[in-house]
Design a protein around this ligand. Structure first.
Ligand SMILES: Nc1ncnc2c1ncn2[C@@H]1O[C@H](COP(=O)(O)OP(=O)(O)OP(=O)(O)O)[C@@H](O)[C@H]1O
Ligand SMILES: *[C@@H]1O[C@H](CO)[C@@H](O)[C@H](O)[C@H]1NC(C)=O
Ligand SMILES: *[C@@H]1O[C@H](CO)[C@@H](O)[C@H](O)[C@H]1NC(C)=O
Ligand SMILES: *[C@@H]1O[C@H](CO)[C@@H](O)[C@H](O)[C@H]1NC(C)=O
Ligand SMILES: *[C@@H]1O[C@H](CO)[C@@H](O)[C@H](O)[C@H]1NC(C)=O
Ligand SMILES: *[C@@H]1O[C@H](CO)[C@@H](O)[C@H](O)[C@H]1NC(C)=O
Length: 675
């Protein structure tokens, strides 16, 4: 048994210090307040202890034990020896954590009197009294009991009552725990073992000998009507000096009895406890736990289910977002295959700010490949039929092996449902047509145009690229859509032929006789318009139109105001006949050009555009003429017999021309069989 008297001596210094610094257990001998007990210099014995969170734990769940906590300084209950006991006032916040929601034991007593409870008993004696001294006036004890067990020997009204005890556990007055509502006056029950904090006020009025006890839930103000009261002159009970404190005991039922805050004053109201800084009652025991499970578990479960669903949805969406078509036969093309995810990332999700342009087959986006940081152009081509896709992909891959400085390198492809993506080298300077005649949206602002040296180099470059695919590669490749908009300019303004590989997709399986003519008006060789059969010489025809286009800075077919069509070839030919060829050369060059080269280019352009395929030169010859390695055959306008054109136009070709729009009808690229 701890000797409280000695503990008091040891702790007196602590009280002094605490009062000096105005700490938690502040106050003089006459009054004090503890809002939480961290560092409080209480004298304790038995099971009493202060928890790390600052609660005064009177019992700790051990059965049949008692604990006491006493303010260490003795108090003078009388202002003068032999005089009447002064008024005093106490308040405290307590909480009882029961082992079962409906059963607990035994209770707490707030007392004024002595500080030696070594002979007191636990259980129904509440660590306060014992069998021998219960009811003996020589105890000199006043107490307020919070009793959670009904002990009939002490005439307890029930197992949830508050009683005023004077030297005896048989209360002078006792009643069910609760409070009277200030506004309605109605009585509200409170359950002492509810594991909720509650506040008690105990007042003794020395003038009237009235004792009043109040109880209320935490955070509620002190009720004006007491829960229980008694009139007893404590001058006949207490002897100086008096000690104030708490006694608590467990019986066979093990409970935790806590005091969270406490204040006391002689001759005045007890100081207010700072409710906000009180420690929190621990949440345990079956009741709080079941509540935790009841509320938290369904929420946690729902959150988990929602989370899982969200993750699954996200994964499925991701799969769909990046879904591709992949078939067995594509395995051999593996290295040329791009993942859709990479292309999606490269183009920032095919954002419109990455759009380079819209062509006859679909949109072209700029992109930067995630791993290699290589700049690419991604063309999205929609295709509905699966038919021919295999041959087409085979061609794409085979064309991907074409490597020439005047060809736009095809890097690979990707296939999705109804969509094919082609990946090309990015050409920073865009397509040639923009430099020749600005935007076709009528923007007549003078865009940076090309000087003669650049133009002639582009013509030679495209010719060399065309020669390569016609003759220098392992297969004959026909481009089928040579035109200024399909010539792209690299960083050094070299012309590079682009737009390979789309024809088969549209062409495949069709009867050559009925194949709809794919190509761009003005570039279409007459025999191609009639038969639909492409050959290297139909490419040469288009190349002729292309040369004239570059030199004159005009489109091969121009719609004039009077709705008559201006055929560039006819116009150039006319000027040749009138010997005014210099007039057709692009005025934007402002006369700065090599006259020999310009005339050579114009004549070559006309020669290539000869309506009779047999009269056209091969690309090898074209190259030689351009390089000056071979002189252009002596030509006269009549020699070119362009009157044939008129004949042709009156036959079918013209009706074709008339029925088609002035823009691209489509693109056609193809491989004819190996040579
Ligand atoms: N490799 C590339 N690098 C940079 N820009 C490109 C590239 N490929 C295409 N473009 C841009 O995208 C636009 C559209 O290209 P696309 O080849 O689809 O259309 P087109 O050649 O105008 O018409 P068509 O499809 O009838 O040949 C071009 O005008 C060009 O500005
Ligand atoms: C406390 O009371 C017991 C029993 O009456 C007694 O033996 C003991 O000496 C007391 N302690 C002090 C410090 O007075
Ligand atoms: C009360 O206690 C005193 C001292 O402990 C003792 O002498 C007396 O007999 C007790 N009285 C009763 C009625 O038990
Ligand atoms: C309060 O508790 C008492 C005793 O358990 C009971 O008789 C009474 O009906 C209760 N009153 C209310 C309002 O719950
Ligand atoms: C209480 O008792 C004391 C002394 O016995 C006396 O002086 C005082 O007047 C009494 N108080 C009341 C309110 O009766
Ligand atoms: C017991 O307390 C109640 C409530 O304060 C009061 O109404 C009643 O008169 C008291 N009984 C006695 C005997 O003092």
């Amino acid at each position: 048994m701890v000797d409280l008297r000695r503990a008091r001596c040891l702790l007196a210094a602590g009280v002094l210090l605490a009062s000096l610094v105005g700490g938690v257990g502040a106050g003089d001998d006459e009054q004090f307040v503890y809002s939480g007990f961290t560092g409080a210099p209480l004298a304790m014995d038995g099971t009493a202890t202060i928890t790390p969170t600052g609660m005064l734990e009177l019992t700790n769940g051990t059965p049949q034990l008692k604990g006491h906590a006493v303010h260490p300084a003795p108090l003078r209950s009388r202002s003068s020896p032999g005089g009447p006991v002064r008024s005093f006032s106490a308040s405290f916040v307590f909480g009882i954590i029961p082992p079962y929601s409906d059963l607990s034991g035994h209770g707490i007593v707030f007392f004024v009197g002595k500080d030696n409870f070594s002979t007191a008993l636990p259980s129904q004696y509440l660590g306060f009294l014992n069998t021998a001294n219960n009811g003996n006036d020589s105890n000199h004890l006043f107490g307020v009991e919070l009793d959670t067990i009904q002990s009939t020997e002490f005439k307890d009204p029930n197992d949830n009552h508050v009683g005023i005890d004077i030297n005896s556990l048989t209360s002078a007055n006792a009643t069910t725990a609760g409070y009277y509502d200030d506004s309605s006056g109605a009585f509200h029950n409170l359950t002492l073992i509810s594991a909720k904090p509650m506040q008690v006020w105990v007042d003794y009025d020395g003038g009237t000998a009235g004792i009043s006890v109040f109880l209320a839930p935490l955070k509620m103000a002190k009720p004006s009507k007491p829960l229980v009261s008694a009139t007893h002159n404590l001058s006949d009970v207490l002897v100086d000096p008096v000690y104030v404190g708490f006694s608590s005991a467990t019986g066979t039922v093990r409970s935790f009895h806590y005091v969270l805050g406490w204040s006391f004053a002689m001759d005045g109201p007890a100081p207010a406890i700072n409710i906000a800084s009180l420690p929190k009652l621990p949440r345990f025991g079956p009741k709080p736990r079941s509540k935790v499970l009841d509320i938290v578990l369904p929420i946690a479960t729902a959150a988990l289910v929602l989370g899982v669903v969200a993750v699954v949805v996200a994964l499925v969406r991701r799969r769909l977002k990046y879904a591709e078509l992949r078939e067995d036969w594509e395995v051999e093309f593996g290295p040329h295959r791009f993942t859709y995810k990479d292309l999606f990332r490269a183009t920032e999700g095919f954002k419109s700010k990455m759009l380079l342009g819209i062509g006859g087959f679909g949109r072209v986006y700029k992109g930067v490949l995630p791993k290699s940081k290589l700049e690419v152009a991604v063309k999205r081509v929609s295709h509905e039929s699966r038919q021919g896709i295999k041959e087409f992909v085979a061609e794409v891959v085979s064309i991907g092996r074409l490597r020439h400085r005047n060809l736009v390198q095809l890097l690979g492809y990707c296939r999705r449902k109804g969509e094919l993506l082609l990946v090309y080298d990015y050409m920073p300077n865009g397509s040639l047509d923009k430099y020749l005649y600005g935007n076709n949206k009528g923007e007549e602002e003078e865009k940076a145009t090309l000087d003669w040296v650049q133009r002639f180099r582009i013509i030679k470059g495209v010719a060399s690229g065309l020669l390569y695919i016609h003759e220098d590669w392992e297969q004959v490749v026909i481009h089928r859509d040579i035109k200024a908009s399909n010539v792209l300019l690299d960083s050094e303004m070299n012309g590079r032929l682009g737009d390979f590989g789309l024809a088969r997709l549209y062409d495949h399986g069709a009867d050559p006789q009925t194949t709809h003519v794919v190509g761009t008006m003005g570039y279409l060789a007459p025999e191609l318009a009639r038969s639909g059969k492409a050959s290297p010489l139909t490419d040469v025809f288009a190349f002729g139109a292309f040369i004239l286009e570059v030199v004159c800075g005009r489109r091969p077919v121009e719609q004039s105001m009077s709705d008559s069509r201006l055929m560039l070839v006819d116009w150039v030919l006319e000027h040749w006949q009138k010997e005014s060829l210099a007039d057709v050369i692009d005025a934007r060059l402002q006369g700065n050009y090599d006259a020999d080269e310009a005339v050579l280019a114009l004549k070559l352009g006309l020669l290539c555009s000869h309506p009779l395929p047999g009269a056209r030169p091969s690309m090898r010859q074209v190259m030689q003429y351009l390089d000056g390695d071979m002189p252009l055959p002596e030509l006269t306008p009549s020699h070119l017999s362009f009157s044939m054109l008129a004949l042709m136009r009156s036959e079918g070709f013209d009706s074709f021309v008339m029925s088609s729009s002035a823009v691209s009808i489509g693109t056609m690229t193809g491989l004819s069989g190996g040579r």
